[in-house]
Design a protein around this ligand. Structure first.
Ligand code: KDG
Ligand code: MG
Length: 403
């Protein structure tokens, strides 16, 4: 029986913060799990160091399900992003160890590949519609088959999803939370022309996606979904905040634009009503924030009963460890839909060497035993934690709003 003898939490900032759990067994086998919660990194690091690691030392590394139940039921205080990200890190590190001990890439332990590769979508953005379309055209030339499009909103100084420097959108900023301004009216006017221009320039063979980022009321979302229908979007994401899941029934009554939700969900209970009542088409819960591979498989199985597919969150605040775990998961489940993929910077890729690779619009996790990703401890140590926050959002009259 492989016993866990060492556990370490590494917080590193190669351009942005990542929290990684590294477990070692008595035979010297290592496993890594991502525990990054953007803007609240230290809370998860403390949860792991102060409350989880003391319970892990000496445990049988093979008992993944039992360890998951021990950490979930055993905490008494269930769910929440901090708890579930910490559990996810342990879960993924244990799957990594098990697959390495088996000498197999993780997807083989999850039932084997259901497809040849994982369809991904990338992010195109720009201050203007022309810039966004040009950015998207570049991705299409690189072979991407699915592209999220976000453009600056005329009259607003900054907009969610628009990269400051062309490479990638990175919303967390050092210092105190930046304040963004928002106008629903201006935004709603700006999206249909963006889709019209993108279809005109890119044609109909590429999937186009859009993220509303939790900012509309159900009836506003219904109207936007309806306005976008002629352009056949792949999905409209996070149309409303999903605390009140009933909201999505109203959106559904008004549009056939497919709906995706769930990047901030952390358990099956957050998804249950949306899935069981078929109020969405894609569930975006992800390995790191929703309790790891063990729990995400349960969510996917529930979704499959209702013909809902997955579309896991994959922004750059999810480390390459989560990306690798997501790809093994995506490859192995029957109801995979699409995977978000924002490329990390060269600094991040160097700290987390990985086997996954992109080809012809798809990612593949590679065939190394385990997850196929590691952390370079010496390099990680060169980038100490730097406090950073996600923005907050206010209406133009100063009212606090959803970001
Ligand atoms: O940390 C917040 C980001 O992960 C989020 O803003 C990205 O909405 C997002 C997306 O769809 O990638
Ligand atoms: Mg999103």
């Amino acid at each position: 029986m492989p016993r866990i003898v060492e556990a370490e939490v590494i917080t590193t900032c190669p351009g942005r913060n990542f929290v990684t759990l590294r477990l070692v067994t008595d035979d010297g086998v290592t496993g890594v799990g991502d525990a990054t919660l953007n803007g609240r990194e230290r809370a998860v690091a403390s949860y792991l160091e102060d409350h989880v690691i003391p319970c892990l030392i000496g445990r049988d590394a093979h008992r993944i399900e039992d360890t998951w139940q021990y950490l979930y039921r055993g905490a008494y205080w269930r769910r929440g992003p901090v708890t579930m990200s910490a559990i996810a890190a342990v879960d993924v590190a244990l799957w990594d160890i098990k697959a390495k001990l088996a000498g197999l890439p993780l997807y083989q332990l999850l039932g084997g590949a259901c497809r040849e590769g994982v369809l991904v979508y990338c992010h195109a953005s720009g201050e203007t519609i022309e810039e966004t379309v040009e950015h998207a055209r570049g991705f299409a030339r690189e072979g991407y088959r699915a592209i999220r499009i976000q453009s600056g909103v005329p009259g607003l100084p900054s907009t969610y999803g628009v990269a400051k420097e062309k490479f990638a959108y990175e919303p967390a900023e050092k210092g105190l939370p930046p304040v963004n301004a928002w106008s629903t009216e201006k935004y709603l006017r700006s999206v249909p022309p963006l889709f019209a221009a993108a279809r005109e320039a890119l044609g109909w063979d590429v999937h186009l996606l859009h993220d509303v980022h939790h900012r509309l009321t159900p009836i506003e979302a219904g109207r936007l979904g309806k306005d976008l229908e002629p352009f056949r979007p792949f999905w409209m994401e996070d149309a409303c905040p999903a605390e009140n899941q009933d909201n999505f029934r109203l959106i559904r009554q008004h549009t056939t634009t497919p709906l995706a939700v769930g990047e901030i969900f952390n358990s099956i209970w957050d998804c249950r009503q949306l899935i069981e009542e078929q109020l969405i088409d894609y569930i975006r819960a992800t390995v790191v924030h929703a309790g790891g591979i063990t729990h995400l498989r349960r969510i996917a199985a529930l979704a499959d009963l209702h013909r809902i597919r997955t579309g896991c969150h994959g922004a750059t605040d999810l480390s390459p460890v989560t990306m690798a775990a997501a790809l093994h998961f995506d490859l192995s489940i029957p109801n995979f839909g699409i995977q978000e993929y924002m490329r990390h910077t060269a600094e991040t890729d160097a700290v987390f060497p990985h086997a996954y690779s992109f080809d012809d619009g798809m990612l593949h996790p590679g065939n190394e035993p385990g997850l196929g990703v590691d952390i370079d401890l010496a390099l990680a140590a060169k980038y100490p934690y730097e406090r950073a926050y996600l923005p907050v959002n206010r209406l133009e009259d100063g009212t606090m709003f959803d970001w």
